[in-house]
Write a protein that binds this ligand. Structure first.
Ligand SMILES: Cc1cc2nc3c(=O)[nH]c(=O)nc-3n(C[C@H](O)[C@H](O)[C@H](O)COP(=O)(O)O)c2cc1C
Length: 208
């Protein structure tokens, strides 16, 4: 089993989301000796830009036309990122909440790989088929605010809701998520939140 860990926190070992993601990998590895893990540190990754004429090729692709010859090389680089992602059976995403959503490096990655005829197919009537179907995804979502207890959480959460929506769009139906929230508070309270999150993620690993 091949697992890609997409790590969206720029923090060092203090990262809450990475600590829980690593707990998942350890729990999974303890029961699956075939587990291979690759880490994708989004803050060190070289992600292609989609500005200028590059984005016009996306419109070409979505209409079933070839990319502009001037951008063939750049689009081959994008294809490599998509092929890399599709080379894994399982996708683990760990991320902090930043301004209600995900850090821009994670959004950048999503914008790079989510391409027609590469990560999803569409027909003229708008039906979409995601090519990541059949994979499992696990999301670890940390936030300073207690999202799960907020009455308006659903209107403030563009982190977990965005990632679940994106994974669904690219065809993933086996999606699991653990929130670590709130990570702001008394140390003992945050320790308990971390312990709870680790317990939840270990249960997901066992059920896998
Ligand atoms: C730039 C920035 C923006 C943030 N925005 C939010 C936010 O909108 N809501 C929230 O609950 N926490 C926010 N936080 C707090 C982080 O989500 C929180 O500290 C989280 O536990 C960090 O996870 P990490 O340690 O894995 O990086 C923000 C932190 C930073 C650095």
């Amino acid at each position: 089993m091949r697992l890609l860990h997409i790590d969206a926190s720029p923090r060092d070992e203090r990262s809450r989301s990475r600590q829980v993601a690593d707990h998942y990998i350890a729990a999974l590895g303890a029961q699956d000796v075939t587990l291979e893990v690759e880490k994708l540190n989004l803050w060190a990754a070289d992600l292609p830009e989609l500005g200028g004429g590059m984005v016009e090729s996306r419109y070409a692709l979505i209409h079933g036309q070839p990319v502009d010859p001037a951008h063939v090389e750049a689009w081959a680089e994008i294809q490599r990122h998509v092929d890399h992602l599709l080379g894994f059976d399982q996708i683990l995403i760990s991320t902090p909440m930043w301004n209600f959503g995900v850090p821009y490096r994670l959004k950048h990655y999503v914008d790079v790989v989510t391409q027609p005829r590469m990560l999803f197919d569409n027909d003229a009537t708008g039906n979409v088929h995601g090519r990541a179907a059949g994979r499992r995804a696990v999301i670890v979502a940390a936030s300073a605010m207690p999202m799960q207890d907020e009455p308006f959480a659903s209107t403030m959460d563009f982190q977990l809701s965005f990632l679940e929506c994106w994974l669904g769009f690219i065809g993933v139906t086996d999606i699991h998520a653990v929130r670590i929230a709130p990570t702001f508070g008394a140390p003992e309270a945050v320790d308990k939140i971390m312990d709870d999150a680790k317990r939840q993620i270990a249960a997901i690993a066992r059920a896998g």
